[in-house]
Design a protein around this ligand. Structure first.
Ligand SMILES: N[C@@H](CCC(=O)N[C@@H](CS)C(=O)NCC(=O)O)C(=O)O
Length: 194
């Protein structure tokens, strides 16, 4: 398995999960402006979408979109998914919330939005994060151990910290718990974030 990632990008969620599960994997960073990979390859040939994450499976299949990539990893490593008859549905519900309600709201911060657009988006993100804090069930989003959605939430929290967006204290505590994990530290180090 090989993950194409961009430092600080949303692909960090899958990157942290891959470090967490402890099986060997390959990774290659991508310059998201030029679309050139670290080994000089044309990332557009890996995926015509030319954005990360892109996960190349052993048979050469490419999986894109955070929701699909994280769902794939949760199926492959069930300790990081949600068990029970409604488990996958609840996990997808959470991943979709993170992707469409929170991740996408960062657009003005990453793409030169006006101060007004940033203020509106920042307040929206804080409110959406508050829902996550209010519905946490234990030390992590879904109980006493982290699932793939927790790592996606951590990326959103790191972005919030970078752009000075307020996050609820319960969520900040979750972020600290995740950051204390060696696998998370390893992924952050590879991406040059710590
Ligand atoms: N719909 C995609 C969006 C992924 C995305 O926004 N990737 C960003 C990094 S966080 C990226 O690669 N941007 C470069 C570009 O779009 O050119 C998903 O949910 O996975």
């Amino acid at each position: 398995m090989k993950l194409y990632y961009g430092p600080w990008a949303c692909s960090l969620a899958a990157h942290m999960v891959l470090h967490e599960v402890g099986e060997p994997f390959d990774s290659e960073s991508v310059n998201l402006k030029t679309k050139v990979t670290a080994t000089g390859g044309d990332f557009s040939e890996v995926t015509p979408k030319a954005y990360v994450p892109a996960l190349e499976l052993e048979d050469g299949e490419i999986v894109t979109e955070n929701i699909a990539v994280l769902d794939y990893l949760a199926s492959r490593y069930p300790d990081y998914g949600l068990e029970g008859p409604m488990g996958r549905t609840r996990l997808l519900e959470l991943l979709a919330y993170l992707s469409t309600e929170i991740h996408k709201s960062f657009k003005p911060f990453w793409h030169n939005g006006t101060d007004e657009q940033k203020a509106v988006a920042g307040a929206y993100i804080t409110a959406r994060m508050r829902y996550l804090a209010d519905t946490m069930r234990g030390d992590f989003l879904c109980g006493d151990q982290p699932r793939v959605a927790d790592y996606y939430a951590l990326v959103m929290m790191l972005w919030a910290g970078r752009f000075g967006i307020e996050i609820p204290s319960a969520l900040a505590a979750l972020g600290e718990r995740l950051k204390a994990r060696p696998a998370v530290q390893a992924a952050l180090k590879v991406e040059g974030i710590v």
